[in-house]
Design a binder for this molecule. Sequence first.
Ligand SMILES: Cc1cc2nc3c(=O)[nH]c(=O)nc-3n(C[C@H](O)[C@H](O)[C@H](O)COP(=O)(O)O)c2cc1C
Length: 205
Amino acid sequence: MTNYHFYRPIDGHGLAHNPFNAIIAPRPIGWISTVDRDGVANLAPYSFFNAFNYVPPIIGFASIGAKDSLRNAREMGEFVWNLASYDLRSPMNESAAPVDAEIDEFARAELAKTASRCVTPPRVAASPVSFECKTSQIVQLQNADGDEVDSWLVMGEVVGVHIDKAMLENGVYQTARAKPIMRGGGPADYFVVEEASKFAMDRPE
Ligand SMILES: Cc1cc2nc3c(=O)[nH]c(=O)nc-3n(C[C@H](O)[C@H](O)[C@H](O)COP(=O)(O)O)c2cc1C
């Protein structure tokens, strides 16, 4: 007998809910704005999202299936990441609705957009931070046998950064001040980053 539940994902998890997303959690949200060839703005959240490099700064999100953000980031070579704050949780969620590509998802989510400086896709005006990105790589995922999976990792170099100055204290960015929301597991769980959950630990010399 063991106190660990073990499963091989290929055989199913054997639990009431797939625990994968609840274990790799909370995840930051890539709230991604793009434009299509006709100039229609698109906005959608991606929690398979993270930063991958410091210099140059590179971030990426994974499109599970070929979605509009992937197509636009590929065809136009640009995307913008917007920080999803607690205050913006409802429009963030609204922007996940499956809608036709010709619908402007800013308008649908009743979100004001504002122009970017280095790229064409607009940013979410009320978001405390936005990164303007140029698509650097799009990698189709593969399984361990080398078979292609219907998922794509879209990476971009950050070429412009907007930070609401209210998030800065003596030039130091205050992570919790924006109250970033993070994705938990299940259909609806989120976490919010708050100062009370912060702790510090120096790296070993
Ligand atoms: C919080 C949250 C996180 C999501 N994360 C992802 C993700 O990592 N990858 C993905 O393909 N879809 C994800 N989705 C679903 C997409 O947002 C949804 O399919 C959306 O309609 C895609 O929009 P697009 O086709 O305009 O890019 C997520 C939805 C929510 C609400």
